[in-house]
Write a protein that binds this ligand. Sequence first.
Ligand SMILES: Nc1ncnc2c1ncn2[C@@H]1O[C@H](COP(=O)(O)OP(=O)(O)OP(=O)(O)O)[C@@H](O)[C@H]1O
Length: 242
Amino acid sequence: MALLELDGVSKAFGSLKAVDNVSFKVEAGEIFGIAGPNGSGKSTLFNTITGIPFGPDRGTIRFDGVEIQKLRGHRIARLGLARTFQRETAFDGLTVFENALMGSAFGGQQTVEAAASAAEALEFVGFSAQDFGRPAGELSVFQRKCLMLATAIAMKPKMLLLDEPASSLTKPEIDSSIELIRRTAARGITILLIEHVLTLLMSLSQHLLVLNEGSVLALGDPRTVVADQRVVEAYLGSRKVA
Ligand SMILES: Nc1ncnc2c1ncn2[C@@H]1O[C@H](COP(=O)(O)OP(=O)(O)OP(=O)(O)O)[C@@H](O)[C@H]1O
């Protein structure tokens, strides 16, 4: 049984079909990539899956055997589905540790366990104990992305939805992100990943889905998908993908 299964999922804003009849499956343990041009519906798709801030208008979403398309965001999170956002979101006035604690507490853990998971997740993404007391507002963009990831990992999710984890990063930071996502998957967390940076998608994903104008344009092995002429025309232009 797939860990996540979408069947005919749609979401419209007025007459704009932002997500249009999308179906796919993500198997437990894999890294599944989603690409597509600006405005193709990637973030809206994540929103409909997580219920944050809204679910789909139509279609079925099954996570770990449970239909979630009508559940509220916090219920979905507590089933083990966590997400990060395109823009680095953190509570700037709270410390690094308090931010991660928000994740483990939101995930439903009690005080002692929540503190331990927060500390472990922060160390896992590269924070030292000295960083724990720093205000999140002091962090660099890369560190804020790491904090957002740690906050999600502290929830102890079965699956993590990462929305453009490499945006606004330098090449060495992108390489560090690739390594971090790989290590996160090695913890047994299934990953659904939206990204514009193709090197990241190509080096990490076992399956790649390309959205165009809200619909699935191509789905399959990443190398086959990026060689698909429709994908080249819609998304890659004339750029060659090594
Ligand atoms: N809350 C909203 N209200 C109205 N229209 C929206 C809303 N959210 C998204 N849209 C529209 O839905 C379409 C899909 O947007 P979405 O942000 O999902 O695309 P995307 O593929 O994630 O784009 P990008 O790569 O630029 O982040 C766009 O035309 C966008 O303007």
